[in-house]
Write a protein that binds this ligand. Sequence first.
Ligand code: NAP
Ligand code: ZN
Ligand code: ZN
Length: 360
Amino acid sequence: MSKSPEEEHPRKAFGWAARDSSGVLSPFKFSRRATGEEDVTFKVLYCGICHSDLHSIKNEWGLSTYPLLPGHEVVGVVTEVGSKVTKFKVGDKVGVGCMVGACHSCDHCKNDLENYCPKSIQTYNSTYHDGTRTYGGYSDFMIANERYIVRMPENMPLDGGAPLLCAGITVYSPMKYYGLCSPGMHLGVVGLGGLGHVAVKFAKAFGMKVTVISTSPAKKQEALERLGADDFLVSRDQGQIQTAIGTMDGIIDTVSAEHPLLPLMVLLKTNGKLVMVGAPNRPLDLPVFPLLMGRKMVGGSLIGGLKETQEMIDFAGKHSITADIELIPIDYLNTAMERLVKADVKYRFVIDIGNTLTPA
Ligand code: NAP
Ligand code: ZN
Ligand code: ZN
């Protein structure tokens, strides 16, 4: 019989996990492996709440196994390193994003695209090389092979920096890959949530013109004045969409739920690119005619490889980019999840693990 999560490894660990698809999290005792030769262990200080955590605890993608302990925007301070670790030492500020393993021999892995490795291991809700479940960052400490550890820039506040490990790389990678990162280009960003607001910041740092496309008129003033967007369109307002038809080189769509693509396709210039990064649990209708008429394309993108993640975070450090966060104590977690359903967060919840997570 397999051992319980509390007994399978030598080190006692503690966090908050979902036990079923109700969407409720509660305190959870488990265990983590001892620090292996290539491993880095760190005390978790902050962990962002990604909408993927919410999809996962509710099993909206049908991929969840319980208990499920989320969190893949994890930062903290190194407490122990294995004998073969070369890049990190005790006291370093580090983070872990969405992945903790991959095969390291396929073409994807050889080309720094571990995120597309068919054997990639997610930070939570995955099975690790040793056959045990992976548990995420809503927990007191974290361990990963050093290949999956990201160095946080010295000047970056760790609480606002944490969300970059998923939200940041998820928007940065497609902007680079699809060539939507040149000064003067016009980028649309759909959905002003965790991913969307960081996309606005990166696009402005690249020197682009940015238009936010949102269902929330109340977010307009802040989008323009605080985040530096150039324009703001309410996606359900036909009249507003009309004013911007055929003006955008690309659009990054971060929406977490079903929504119509037609109002977005018409905003693109000829040869424009609509890049999907949001992950609704149901297929969306693809309007083919506007696609044909302007030789437009629809693409997708999944987080980013570790090399690019480090590049992204260094770029963010250089340009003083962090997420705008609401820092919450761990016992606010279930309320935060309820608010995230309603797109009621500016713009990322981050859990103050270091100061508020106390073992039961
Ligand atoms: P979030 O903070 O909840 O933001 C999503 C935004 O989408 C909301 O703030 C809202 O913006 C808009 N929205 C929500 N419901 C909508 C609806 N029914 N119709 C139209 N717009 C709606 O979520 P997030 O953490 O940024 O994540 C966004 C999505 O990306 C999730 O599905 C997540 O799982 C996925 N994701 C994908 C990757 C990847 O690698 N591809 C990585 C991370 C996350 P407005 O109020 O402005 O309309
Ligand atoms: Zn995420
Ligand atoms: Zn691989």
